[in-house]
Design a binder for this molecule. Sequence first.
Ligand SMILES: [Ca+2]
Ligand SMILES: [Ca+2]
Length: 247
Amino acid sequence: MVLCALWIAGAGSVAQAGDIPVNNASFENPETVFVLPIVQGWQETGPVATQQGFTGTLSTGVFLNQPTSLIGNADQEQLGFIAAVPGAGISIYQLTGATYEVGMTYHASVWVGKSSDSALGFKPPDFAELELRLFYVPDGATAPGTDNTQAALESYLQIVASTIITAGSVGESALSEQLAWSAAVEAGDAWVGKQVGIALLPVNGDGNGTFNVDRVSLESKVVPEPASVALLGLGALGLLRRKTRGR
Ligand SMILES: [Ca+2]
Ligand SMILES: [Ca+2]
């Protein structure tokens, strides 16, 4: 049994667990003195429109944490925002440098709040929902453009893990941590070897309000599968027995 325990401990140290870098994880870029409808380091999708001379995906961007509407536990100077408008193909997503590996779980964390009546935009209704999604891109899928449909977006962002965050459960002056954990990746999963993707997208609402997001992080962890552990244990016991018999 001692040998068995050593083997399991050894397996954990060999696998590549740890933090997975996320681009612009704190929404500090581009730098703004108020608000910009741009999120660097992420792909932004959604309707393209023009406002105040700027043409682009106005439903997603970054804003300065204003002293007049201070969000107490935001990280650094800025946050991201995502309009709580479902069905319009709105998202921010990125593919990381990591790939889904068998025996690993993937944990995503993002801190989420919602706009207040007085801040940028209006407060979303309590039933509005934001989804935190870990995804993979299936072979041959076409990257959605900015003016894509929701269907095009969904076919590209294939779900590995998903957490739905309701506006009623998050605050205006403080963010709260939201998590999405994948199950342990198994050999037959379609996402084995595919890039680990992370996305935030509105999935319910009445078209009003925005979600505020900050501090995105992602990590992989080793999960010894019960079956593997049992097999390892049996194998180790078998070896011990053979050694004992041989003496
Ligand atoms: Ca930030
Ligand atoms: Ca945008």
